[in-house]
Design a protein around this ligand. Structure first.
Ligand code: SF4
Length: 61
């Protein structure tokens, strides 16, 4: 299982991670990416790779 965290202070809401996630974990909420389906995360780290703001961390738990 993976734990995804988006730092709302770093996220600018450009939706890059939302578009790249293969299992639709993320959604825009109040102008920031939010992991609405965090339990579905498969740990591919695609969201981390596309984030220019280093706002996302994914850890195996
Ligand atoms: S690590 Fe992969 S599956 Fe998990 S939220 Fe990021 S893009 Fe989606």
């Amino acid at each position: 299982m993976y734990k995804i965290v988006v730092d709302p202070d770093k996220c600018v809401g450009d939706e890059e991670c939302i578009e790249v996630c293969p299992v639709n974990v993320l959604q825009l909420q109040n102008g920031r990416a939010f992991p609405v389906r965090k339990d579905d995360c498969i740990g591919c780290e695609s969201c981390i790779q596309v984030c220019d703001y280093i706002a996302i961390t994914v850890t195996e738990v």
